[in-house]
Design a binder for this molecule. Sequence first.
Ligand SMILES: C[S@@+](CC[C@H](N)C(=O)[O-])C[C@H]1O[C@@H](n2cnc3c(N)ncnc32)[C@H](O)[C@@H]1O
Length: 408
Amino acid sequence: MSKRRRRIEVLVESLAAGGDGVARGEDGRVTFVPRAAPGDRLLVSLIQERKQFARGKLVKVLEPSELRVVAKCKLFADERCGGCQWQHIEQETQGAAKQLIVEAGLRKAIARGLECAPLLEPCPPWQWRRRARFSFWAGGPRVLGFFPQGDKKITDVQECPQLEAGLQAALTAIRTHLLPGLSARGEVSAVLGANGASHVSVHGSASRKSVEALAADPAISGVSHGTRTMGKADVQLEGGVLATADRFAQASAAGNEALCSEVENAVGPVAGLRVLELFAGSGNFTRLFSDASEVVAIEAAPIPKGEYAGGARWIQGDAATRAAELVKAGERFDVVLLDPPRSGAKDVLDSIVALTPKRVVYVSCDVATLARDIEVLVAKGYKAVRAQPIDLMPQTAQVEVVAVLELA
Ligand SMILES: C[S@@+](CC[C@H](N)C(=O)[O-])C[C@H]1O[C@@H](n2cnc3c(N)ncnc32)[C@H](O)[C@@H]1O
């Protein structure tokens, strides 16, 4: 028989990185609770108890915070989708929490003089997403959608208020034409181009007829399935960047415009300079530096096509390995720009230092790994000067940061 979990009353004080509410019970111990709002008094069931902290599941809102709002999406309200963490919290509080999460994460650098600018909020609160990955299961009744937080059972998603209208049209087309022809399990990704049609990539078993029907839908410009491509092989994003559904692209068009402008300012004038870009993706930032005397772009995925990369020298491969090769070859750069995945860039930091850039611009989607990597660069002689937080994903706990470090 399973042990009944202990229940306690807590008061929620703030929001933590990752989205959980930070609450305290009568014993003063911190308890992390998902779907909590600062000011809530909650009854929670303790699912993990440690000496320093506990984790709780919300059982009942005893007294709701004034900052609570009714979630727009029924799947969020019913705890059936893990895509958003903060639909129950009003917008201004989400922004304030993101600012505090960044400032708390970078507190050591701030104590040494880093200026943390106020959060930018370039995205509309809803319908900002132009790229999505849906999971499917067709072993029983067919489902295509997202996973609830911490759950392995896919929730069937027909509509998502985060999707741009064109991407919602792609989801509807995928459900209409492709879903009946899918078998077993897999993933379907879609990215919305600037012309309003989406490229779709199917990973898993699908009938030829269903893929053809999807490719013929006006919401879809092309479909890749295994080695086959029907219709166009990619879509154009802003600035001529070519995107495919299974490659990284910034999730919001409006957010990306603001991000690119921050990156451009952070890097500064590049005429006559040598720029190294690590984790360069499809050239989203690379295209901004055509004035540089040379841009070297390193990316693990195949070298992107297109004219936008401003004549950059592209090197495909692991950033740490390839950057170490540049060091060995005696190369030097004036600026290094990097935009790593959430895990950060710890393996490449020694090479960055050895390449002697006067400025390092670090774009991060995870403040914990950013803070860790900043400390390494500071120990090697850099000064963390400025950080600009940007909300690229409203209703979620995600926050992007553009940080500038200079050789002290
Ligand atoms: C956050 S994205 C940034 C892409 C680009 N800056 C943009 O704005 O679209 C991170 C990129 O790093 C690439 N990547 C992940 N691990 C890598 C590694 N070890 N070496 C090189 N590139 C890597 C991914 O393929 C992805 O394109």
